[in-house]
Design a protein around this ligand. Structure first.
Ligand code: SAM
Length: 270
């Protein structure tokens, strides 16, 4: 292939066949499923996906790659190619009539070796549409994957961990070395699975308020809750949900963030 990788589109093409086969094995696509691949590039994963699903939509921003993929899948009517910025992707446009009609009724499965520069905003953009998503399998920068999957008490535990873990069940499946790509990125990657919850694991009155509490709590990592949450709750109001105001955000479980959020809604009503 003569395509010259473009830095501005985060093009690090996967060249390691063993990694490709681990990815496909982890996704385990089934013949009745509707898959969406984001950033298919030259199609290293696409061939395997196309062989084992009912419908495959490819979302690629680079016109040259879209032309290449269009030629490649000319005779595959179940493969549709969209030249589009994935940050503008509206999943409802890709849902076909058969997705809604039993027995094929099935939510979408998203897959992508994502360009690192847009992976976090893209995940949040997609999570806003999580009602339509069965699961997502993404190759991410390892540092981002570590943060997404981090547990309380870890230095990597951050706003991204709490918010993603509220919305999805997360698994870091395996790490991938820079040598598995061309050109080689400067950092390691990780392949992760995100499965949006039908019912969130903890109850909060509003996601947006949880987001506010978590953002504020992590705004200054080294400061305690009595400082970071001072515009939302007094020390006594924090203590009332059995949380020591001298603790830091990085020690709080998702349940404790939910308890603080409920306390903020209560205080606002009183
Ligand atoms: N899937 C291929 C592979 O594994 O070799 C390519 C992966 S490469 C890391 C990222 C791909 O995403 C490239 O094909 C790039 O052109 C595409 N891309 C970059 N930004 C994009 C965007 N905003 N929307 C859709 N595709 C994008």
């Amino acid at each position: 292939m003569s395509h010259k990788p473009r830095k501005r589109f985060g093009q690090n093409f996967l060249t390691d066949e063993q990694v490709v086969s681990r990815i496909i094995h982890s996704i385990h696509p089934q013949p009745h499923q509707h898959l969406i691949e984001i950033g298919p590039g030259q199609g290293v994963l696409t061939d395997f996906l196309a062989d084992s699903c009912r419908q495959l939509d490819l979302v690629e921003i680079d016109r040259d790659l879209v032309a290449l993929l269009s030629r490649k899948y000319l005779r595959s009517p179940h493969v549709a190619i969209h030249q589009l910025d994935a940050l503008k992707l509206d999943l409802s446009m890709l849902l076909s009539a058969s997705d809604a009609s039993p027995p094929e009724a099935e939510r979408l499965r998203l897959i992508g070796n994502l360009p690192y520069n847009i992976s976090t905003p893209l995940m949040f953009h997609l999570l806003e549409q999580s009602d339509d998503i069965a699961d997502m399998h993404f190759m991410l920068q390892k540092e981002v994957a570590d943060r997404i999957c981090a547990q309380p008490g870890s230095k990597k535990y951050a706003r991204l961990s709490v918010i993603t873990q509220y919305l999805c069940q997360v698994s870091q499946l395996f790490d991938v070395a820079p040598e598995s790509f061309n050109p080689q990125p400067k950092v390691w990657s990780s392949f992760v699975r995100l499965t949006p919850y039908q019912q969130p694991p903890v109850v909060v009155e509003s996601f947006s308020l949880l987001n506010t509490v978590v953002t504020q709590a992590f705004s200054q990592r080294r400061k305690t809750l009595r400082n970071t949450l001072s515009t939302l709750l007094t020390e006594d109001q924090i203590r009332a949900v059995d949380i020591d105001p001298g603790r830091r955000a990085e020690t709080l479980s998702l349940q404790e963030f939910a308890d603080l959020t409920t306390q903020v809604s209560k205080v606002r009503v009183e």
